[in-house]
Design a protein around this ligand. Structure first.
Ligand code: 5GW
Ligand code: MN
Length: 297
């Protein structure tokens, strides 16, 4: 009990120190302690970096899941991606949906294509929200994305507001969560129960990564998806669900398999959150959603 008391007191103190500004995270560092770049506006030359990757004639694949009522987000997602996401590159969208007829017919730029991947409907919401890792793993195993060099997986309840280009490419890519980029590590909402495979003790952690964006080379994304799926399966067999589901397992994976490049929260903002001074540009953001309308009952 004493341990518990001191434990929560410490957390409380950190919270207080953080709120009063005694504790400040190095919000805009542009390198991690393992020397991975953190991509912020101003740290790269957009034209130069695009031209370097254009010479390599690369293909970027992107999966996006729109199950149940989430198809309503596809139009804005795809239209804004056409304006901002790897403009001028070969891009291949893979839209997973159980309502393929509801996938909108968005006009795509040259060298860009979209494949609808039809999946079975499920009334179990766990299938919808927890099945992405498994489907990503299976997509890569199918060989369909063999023609791609890089692969991203993005939330569909989102919109692009600014450029997203070759600066985001690398072996293994994670994004820093918009709500935790300036929080001390002990306040990160990692899974804290040792029973879960996503468990991270208070003494560990680098960043809190957002679950709305992951990416990298096809090979690295495969390792990530396979491992997270296995860990999710172990938890499911024990009827344990991690605090933030796939996001918790992603955070565990990135703790032991460090991303080679991190995207700043510019790449995964939230429309619910005011843009503070230190954030120069919002490139990609979660849109507001009516939970009662889009989530299965
Ligand atoms: C999400 C939560 C509970 C039950 C179902 C879902 C759900 C997620 C769904 O019904 N349909 C669906 O396509 N998804 C996919 O999972 C979407 O691509 C969505 O962007 C992603 C993550 O779920 P989100 O966006 O509701 O989670 P938050 O944490 O961004 O709110
Ligand atoms: Mn989302």
């Amino acid at each position: 009990f004493l341990l518990l008391l001191t434990g929560s007191c410490l957390t409380g103190l950190v919270y207080l120190g953080f709120s009063l500004g005694w504790i400040k995270a190095d919000v805009q560092a542009d390198l991690t302690s393992w020397l991975a770049p953190i991509v912020w506006e101003g740290t790269f030359d957009p034209k130069l970096i695009d031209s370097i990757y254009k010479q390599q004639n690369i293909t970027v694949a992107t999966t996006v899941f729109a199950l149940g009522k989430y198809t309503v987000f596809l139009q804005d997602f795809l239209e804004s991606a056409e304006q901002n996401f790897f403009v001028g590159f070969r891009v291949h969208y893979y839209v997973f949906s159980d309502h393929p007829e509801q996938v909108p017919d968005v006009k795509l730029g040259g060298e860009r294509k979209l494949t609808v991947m039809t999946v079975n409907s499920s009334s179990r919401w766990q299938e919808m929200s927890l099945g992405r890792m498994k489907r990503l793993e299976m997509l890569i195993e199918s060989g369909l994305v063999n023609d791609a060099d890089y692969l991203f997986s993005l939330d569909v309840d989102t919109k692009f507001y600014g450029r997203w280009g070759a600066e985001t490419l690398g072996d293994l890519i994670g994004v820093i969560h918009a709500w935790y980029y300036n929080s001390p590590c002990v306040l990160f909402p990692y899974e804290r129960r040792p029973e879960s495979q996503a468990f991270i003790p208070y003494s560990e952690g680098d960043y809190y990564y957002g679950g709305a964006v992951l990416g990298g080379s096809v090979k690295c994304v495969y390792q990530l998806a396979k491992t997270c799926r296995e860990q999710l399966d172990i938890d499911a067999a024990k009827s344990i669900e991690a605090a933030w589901q796939e996001e918790s397992h992603l955070n565990k994976y990135f703790l032991y398999n460090k991303p080679s490049k991190l995207l700043s929260p510019e790449y995964s903002w939230d429309d619910q959150k005011m843009k503070p001074q230190e954030i120069k540009i919002i490139r990609f953001s979660q849109v507001l959603k009516n939970y009662a309308e889009v989530r299965p009952n």
